[in-house]
Ligand binder design. Structure first.
Ligand code: ZN
Length: 264
């Protein structure tokens, strides 16, 4: 069926998690990177699960692994990343996660925000050159992110876990962008408002595991994708099968290589 977007690679029991996802009838999943140190691991995982784990590589606006070392991205963080993205370009479903994160503790100054913009612009240009879609993170930066994507002429875009206002999201819809909805919708009023406005034709599903699960502070897993599907179905008053079918078609439109990867 549909695939969740998976953050990081911090699962010690990744094999079990993936088996569970298969059992739950997850068809395939997207593994995304946040920094160059994860790239090889994600590629290895996609080699171990061909056609099931689909890799994206990109440099996230927030870098550093231990929570106390998290900080805003700099142009230097691209040095190790860009050559690896080039190297693996044929295996990638998309470039991601990239984006803007203006959470005050990471990006308190204009300089930091500007540098995040520069890092994003470089990766938008790379995605265009490699003809790959973008998997985009935005936090406390909904409007600036959509504006920058449009300015730079990004065409195939997935905005994941969008935390902006529905009216801002609709600007993205007009530009042909897709929005993925995580299981945390069952406890997030903001996500519920977003889904009320967004047409199903521009929605995808994600889990964002290990974050954004149905329960706060509990590790999220790919198999929970169906919780998001069911909640959207309930809100839109349509069968869950329709949500799964339409979001799958949307994903195929957004990620043209998906078809090829799934049946290889
Ligand atoms: Zn993210």
């Amino acid at each position: 069926f549909r695939f969740p977007i998976k953050h990081y690679n911090l699962f010690q029991d990744i094999e079990d998690v993936l088996e569970e996802a298969k059992k739950a009838k997850v068809f395939a999943l997207v593994a995304v990177a946040e920094h160059s140190g994860e790239f090889e691991k994600i590629i290895q995982l996609s080699e171990r699960y061909p056609g099931f784990v689909l890799p994206c590589l990109g440099v996230h606006p927030v870098q550093g692994i231990p929570p106390e070392e998290r900080c805003s991205v700099t142009l230097k963080d691209l040095d190790a990343a860009l050559p690896l993205i080039e190297l693996y370009k044929d295996r990638l479903l998309a470039i991601g996660e990239v984006g803007l994160d203006f959470t005050p503790r990471f990006a308190s100054t204009d300089e930091r925000k500007q540098e995040q913009r520069q890092v994003l612009i470089k990766q938008i240009q790379l995605a265009k050159r490699l003809d790959l879609p973008l998997n985009v993170h935005s936090r406390s930066a909904g409007r600036p992110t959509i504006n920058l994507l449009k300015e730079q002429g990004a065409e195939r875009v997935l905005l994941h876990a969008f935390d902006g206002r529905p009216s801002v999201a609709m600007e993205g819809v007009k530009a042909g962008y897709f929005f993925s909805i995580p299981p945390s919708i069952i406890r997030s009023e903001q996500k519920q408002k977003l889904v009320k406005q967004l047409p199903l034709e521009c929605m995808c599903l994600e889990t964002d595991s290990p974050a954004l699960g149905p329960e706060k502070q509990v590790r999220n897993e790919p198999k929970n994708i169906f919780i998001a599907a069911e909640y959207i179905a309930k809100m839109k008053g349509i069968p869950v099968e329709e949500v799964i079918e339409v979001t799958t078609q949307n994903a195929l439109k957004l990620f043209p290589k998906l078809q090829k990867f799934l049946w290889k």
